[in-house]
Write a protein that binds this ligand. Structure first.
Ligand code: C2R
Length: 198
């Protein structure tokens, strides 16, 4: 980003702006991911990007990768066993069909795993049951079918327990949901029916 200005005052302003811009870029590059979004295949991306969007909105540093317990078991093991040392605090794992991925990751780390069942076959029931029905001792916090946005929000809520600034952003976010319902009710009050009494 570079802007040319005629007046010296504006030039100083532009230089300062550039410095801030590059400093914040540098800070972003130095940031460690707190959340890792993993998906069984890039065919899951249209669903899983909803988790990325809300993490981005809430200014939470994250990484996003495709890994498969079925197709790349060695890479999954390396990822899961090094997750804690990398500073990750929550893992969101989405997979469709026989969705072993979230559970396999959960078996190799004590970082909380949020599972996202992807609707890839059988309306997503195969994936939902594969992820939610974990044996005792290896929990995966499972959200609804294709509910990657909720997975992102849940991850944010976990992180907010030790991050007061993020907590504030979450409160603003939750209030915005309330405003949506208030507005919906205002709109509904204008709908006319002969027998509608309120
Ligand atoms: P492709 O579209 O690549 O054939 O994948 C993926 O999450 C995807 O929804 C089809 C579906 O297979 C899923 N998959 C898993 C795992 N690896 C891939 N469930 C796994 O390791 O659990």
């Amino acid at each position: 980003m570079f802007v040319l200005f005629q007046s010296p005052k504006l030039q100083i302003f532009a230089v300062t702006l550039n410095k801030i811009f590059y400093k914040s870029l540098k800070l972003l590059n130095n940031m460690n991911a707190e959340v890792s979004i993993i998906m069984g295949s890039t065919s899951d991306l249209p669903v899983m990007e909803e988790a990325a969007k809300i993490l981005n909105e809430l200014e939470i540093p994250f990484e996003i990768n495709a890994l498969s317990a079925h197709r790349t078991p060695d890479e999954v093991e390396i990822f899961a066993k090094s997750a804690s040392d990398k500073g990750l605090k929550v893992i969101i794992a989405g997979a469709g069909m026989a969705a072993a991925l979230p559970g396999v990751i959960a078996s190799m780390t004590s970082i909380p795993i949020i599972g996202v069942p992807i609707k890839a076959s059988m309306d997503g029931w195969d994936s939902l049951l594969s992820i939610v029905q974990m044996p005792p001792g290896i929990p995966v916090a499972t959200v609804g079918i294709n509910a990657a946005r909720n997975a992102g929000i849940l991850a944010a809520q976990m992180l907010a327990l030790s991050n007061p600034e993020l907590q504030k952003r979450l409160i603003i976010f939750k209030n915005s949901l309330k405003e949506k319902v208030v507005k919906a009710n205002q709109d509904l009050s204008k709908v006319k029916f002969d027998f509608k009494v309120s």
